[in-house]
Design a protein around this ligand. Structure first.
Ligand SMILES: C[S@@+](CC[C@H](N)C(=O)[O-])C[C@H]1O[C@@H](n2cnc3c(N)ncnc32)[C@H](O)[C@@H]1O
Length: 192
């Protein structure tokens, strides 16, 4: 079965948590990671790798000794990412547990967080829970990349998330739209 099939099955299993019908494109993966100077990154955490398209992009760019863990709540998708990137530790868990998982990997604070979570599909409570946990590991100066679909911006949850970014990060930049992604998407490139 292809990654697309596995992903779509996960979408049906976890409505509201997967938040997309297909894995992100290579173009979106590049837009997520190419604004970061990987020579300056000693520790990186990925939230919601799905089938591992961003995981692979980070693994290709990071320094050999950079610590890298990923956290994926869906067991089938976590297993696919583990097979795709066997050298990276993929935790089958919720990102709200990031603090103990990072400590276990020797990461006190993360220089970058690469995030695939579907924020616009989350309830306000789940958004707050995940954002609160994230700020416990992301220090001032830390980089945060997360993507959004244009139609998600029309939802109150998408607007709430965008407002949160502008209120809590010192810089928030928006990448050009990646039209070849299904659906078209852009990346919020933030620095705390
Ligand atoms: C929109 S998909 C993105 C997957 C992949 N990054 C990509 O772009 O193709 C969101 C992913 O986040 C995972 N996820 C959702 N809520 C999560 C949570 N609380 N903790 C960890 N992973 C979560 C889902 O299972 C899914 O794999």
């Amino acid at each position: 079965m292809s990654h697309h099939h596995h992903f779509f099955r996960a979408f049906l299993r976890n409505l509201g948590h997967v938040g997309a019908i297909a894995p992100s494109s290579q173009g979106l993966a590049d837009a997520m990671v190419d604004w970061i100077d990987w020579d300056t990154i000693g520790s990186v955490i990925e939230f919601g790798p799905g089938t591992g398209v961003f995981t692979e992009a980070v693994a290709k760019r990071k320094k050999e000794d950079t610590r890298f863990i990923a956290i994926e709540r869906d067991p089938e998708l976590a297993a696919i990412t583990s097979r795709r990137c066997p050298e990276i530790t993929i935790h089958e868990d919720c990102v709200s547990n990031v603090v103990p998982l990072a400590r276990e990997a020797g990461i006190e604070t993360a220089d970058a967080i690469i995030c695939g979570l579907p924020w616009a599909s989350f309830s306000p409570e789940l958004q707050d829970q995940c954002l609160h946990a994230m700020f416990e590991v992301l220090p001032p100066g830390g980089k945060f990349a997360t993507f959004a679909y244009w139609q998600g911006l029309a939802l109150p949850s998408g607007q709430r998330f965008r407002k949160f970014l502008h209120e809590n990060f010192s810089t928030v930049e928006q990448s050009p739209t990646v039209w070849k992604n299904l659906p078209p998407a852009f990346v919020y490139r933030c620095e705390r």
